[in-house]
Structures are given as structure tokens and as C-alpha cells.
Design a protein around this ligand. Structure first.
Ligand code: SAH
Ligand code: SF4
Length: 386
């Protein structure tokens, strides 16, 4: 028996923790069924495939919906496991149709997830990989929130499920999807949580489930050089690099990780990224900061830096947040910058800001979650019990 601590509501009554099956691979799912004594080892693979389809293709959250599973087995499953979605604490819809959810997956763990219509093939979901971030890029709101923790694979997959629930996209449609692309551009640095990001991508990309192809899944990184090869090998996802500056002096100010992995090292690792071709390009993200990195000379330096790499360039107008120390470049400046890129062969590189009115645009995400020290947690639990 265990006690769960809910910071919002004090100490809950002792509750048996039921594992959620959402983040497991198929073999892990089969093993969990056997370990719980619900399924015999010889039937495990077949049962796991059946249950997998119910969870990830049909999106069911209720065991009783699994009509081709025997009633007694369903009852045993319901005893052992849960399929419940995390709680959606807040839902906001922007005037441009962007939707943002604040999802609480555990006491004190709040995640922001954003759906942006008309991006990618049909619409993109921007998912978070961490609550907070260990890095402190000076233009990023998430960077002001210290890391609370890495998200589990289940918590990453749950963001897609919550969005699908809201968009009414179950069972997984083969065509005419509203959610066609996934971008790891929410809260956190995905390459500092690669195990869980890779496990989540395995679930999301599985053809008998959510079935979003790896080519429509993009992982954005601030430049964690030693993990780039592993990212390619383990996920085959598309790569986006948050570049933002073309010389080390400036990039160090904007993306402090540059001190550890300077531009030359980063570019060498990108050039070595397996599988890059004109059909599979890396995206360079470049935030437009007024008077900081937005001159015509900067644009030319950018073209030179990425020369020879099969790439797209994405200019992101800076999205302000309360207390942010920068301003967005003027529209004319952004257009002039884009014109230099256009001339060099990069088509339509400006990313239209979306969902700014609900603080859902790139780099505006931040939840109230704070890391609570274990000692404080124990004291809170004691106080609540008294
Ligand atoms: N940590 C990863 C992914 C999350 S950030 C990374 O840094 O790449 C997703 C993108 O939004 C990154 O390119 C990031 O640099 C950019 N970004 C952060 N803050 C921003 C802001 N205020 N305005 C515009 N883009 C921002
Ligand atoms: Fe972290 Fe990315 Fe924000 Fe930098 S831009 S602080 S790496 S989330």
C-alpha cells in the first residue's frame, strides 16, 4: 500500500497505484500483462497486439470498450492497470484557432501542449519533453523555469492523446487528419530526455496506433552535440536546430549551451547527421531579435554558415512574454532578412506567429510547476497528516 501526495489537495487516502500502459512498447506491454498475472505467457503477444490497438488506434480509456477481450480478462485488466488520461487543468483557444492545454500528469507536474492548425500537412502538435528546462536561453520563457523533471514516455504520448480527444480524432484516421505532424518544440530540451522521447516516438509512429510517420515528427534541439547521432539512430525523426546566431560571441549570449558546444562543433555534427538529403532536410530555427541578430550582414553570414547542408531556414519572429528582455524585429527588417535567404534559394522562411494571444507561441510556454525539495515535501506531508 502506498500514499500519494497531492500538493493541491493534501494527502489522499492510501491508494493502490495502477500503472498506466500508455507509454509502453508492445513487448513491454506484453510483459506487463504477464507480470500482472492477467495473461498467460503464450497468449501475451496476441493479447498485447489486441490491447495496443484499442489503446492507440481507438483511443479508448475504458476497459469495457474492448469488446473482443473476454469479460473476466477485462475485469482483471481493470484491477491491475489504468488507461485514464491525465487531467486537463486548462484549455484555451486562440482567435487564430491555436489550442493550448495545460495538462496535470501528477501532483505538481503541469505541462503545456499546443495544437496549431494549418501547419505541416494539416496541423501540428507542439509537445513538451520536460517540465521547465536546465538551459537558460535568454529569449525563452521556459528557460526562466528551472527543470522540475523529465517527462516519462507515457506523459509525452498522453499529450498526443489529449489533443486527439479534443480534436475528435479517434479511431486514428488514415486520411484527412487535423493532427498530421508532431514537433518537439514545447517545454524542455528533448535531447536531455532522449530515452523517453525515443520511446514516445516509437509509440506515436507505430502503424497500428496513432500512426504519425517519423518523417512528420520533428525534434528541435538547442544543440546538444553528443546526442545528435543517437537521435538519428533511435528515432529517425526530422531534426531542427535552434541556431539564432552565426558567431560564438552572440550565440553564447542567446543560447548559453554554445559555451559547451560552439558553432563549429555543432555544424560538424549536423553535417555528419545520417540520412540528410534534399528529401530529408534539417531545419535551422532563427529567432528574430530587434537590433541583436537581424541585420543584412547576419543574413549573409547565415547563408554562408549553412552552405552545402540540405536545409530549410525558419525565421521565428520573437514572441514576447512578461518581462522578456528583447523585442521582435520590425516586419520590414524580417522581410529584408528573408529576401537575402530567398536569393540564396531558401523559400518562404518566415514562421507566422500563432496563438500569441494565449501565450501559446514558440518560447512562450511556462507552467507554474516548481521543483519541491524532498525535505519540503516530507514536511508538507507530515503537516497534512497532523
Ligand atoms: N529546447 C528545444 C525545443 C523547444 S524551443 C530548443 O531549444 O530547440 C522551440 C523553439 O522555439 C526553439 O527554436 C527556440 O529557440 C524557440 N524560441 C524560444 N523562445 C522563443 C521566443 N520567445 N520567441 C520565438 N521563438 C522562441
Ligand atoms: Fe530550453 Fe529550448 Fe527554451 Fe533554450 S529555447 S531554454 S533549450 S526550451
Amino acid at each position: 500500500m502506498s500514499v500519494t501526495l497531492d500538493l493541491a489537495h493534501g494527502v489522499r487516502a492510501p491508494a493502490a497505484i495502477q500503472p498506466n500502459l500508455t507509454g509502453l512498447s508492445r513487448p513491454q506491454l506484453a510483459a506487463a500483462l504477464v507480470d500482472a498475472g492477467v495473461v498467460k505467457p503464450e497468449k501475451a503477444r496476441m493479447r498485447a497486439t489486441q490491447i495496443w490497438r484499442w489503446i492507440h488506434h481507438y483511443g479508448v480509456t475504458d476497459w469495457s470498450a474492448m469488446t473482443d477481450v473476454a469479460k473476466e480478462t477485462r475485469a482483471a485488466l481493470a484491477q491491475a492497470f489504468t488507461l485514464a488520461r491525465p487531467e486537463v487543468v486548462e484549455r484555451q483557444v486562440s482567435k487564430d484557432g491555436t489550442r493550448k492545454w495545460l495538462i496535470r500528469t501528477a501532483p505538481g507536474i503541469e505541462i503545456e501542449t499546443v495544437y496549431i492548425p494549418d501547419v505541416g500537412r494539416a496541423g501540428a502538435l507542439c509537445v513538451s519533453s520536460q517540465v521547465g528546462c536546465t538551459l537558460n536561453c535568454t529569449f525563452c520563457h521556459t528557460g526562466t523555469q528551472p527543470l522540475v523533471r523529465n517527462l516519462t514516455a507515457a506523459e509525452i504520448v498522453a499529450q498526443v492523446q489529449v489533443a486527439r480527444d479534443d480534436l475528435g480524432e479517434w479511431p486514428s484516421p488514415k486520411e484527412d487528419r487535423r493532427l498530421s505532424n508532431i514537433v518537439f518544440m514545447g517545454m524542455g530540451e528533448p535531447l536531455y530526455n532522449l530515452d523517453n522521447v525515443a520511446a514516445a516516438i516509437d509509440v506515436i509512429a507505430d502503424n497500428e496506433g496513432i500512426a504519425i510517420s517519423r518523417r512528420r515528427i520533428t525534434v528541435s534541439t538547442s544543440g546538444v552535440v553528443p546526442e545528435l547521432a543517437a537521435l538519428s539512430e533511435r528515432t529517425q525523426a526530422m531534426l531542427a536546430i535552434s541556431l539564432h546566431a552565426t558567431n560564438d560571441e552572440l550565440r553564447e549570449k542567446l543560447v548559453p549551451l554554445n559555451r559547451k558546444y560552439p558553432i563549429a562543433e555543432l555544424m560538424a555534427a549536423i553535417r555528419a547527421f545520417p540520412g540528410l538529403s534534399n528529401a530529408k532536410r534539417v531545419t535551422f530555427e532563427y529567432v528574430m531579435l530587434k537590433g541583436v541578430n537581424d541585420s543584412a550582414a547576419d543574413a549573409k553570414a547565415l547563408v554562408k554558415l549553412v552552405q552545402g547542408i540540405p536545409s530549410k531556414i525558419n525565421l521565428i519572429p520573437f514572441n514576447p512574454w512578461p518581462g522578456s528582455p528583447y523585442e521582435c524585429s520590425d516586419w520590414k527588417t524580417i522581410e529584408a532578412f528573408a529576401a537575402v535567404l530567398n536569393k540564396a534559394g531558401y523559400a518562404s522562411p518566415i514562421r507566422t506567429p500563432r496563438g500569441r494571444d494565449i501565450l501559446a507561441a514558440c518560447g512562450q510556454l511556462k507552467s507554474e510547476s516548481e521543483k519541491v525539495r524532498a525535505s519540503v515535501r516530507r514536511a508538507q506531508a507530515k503537516a497534512a497528516q497532523a
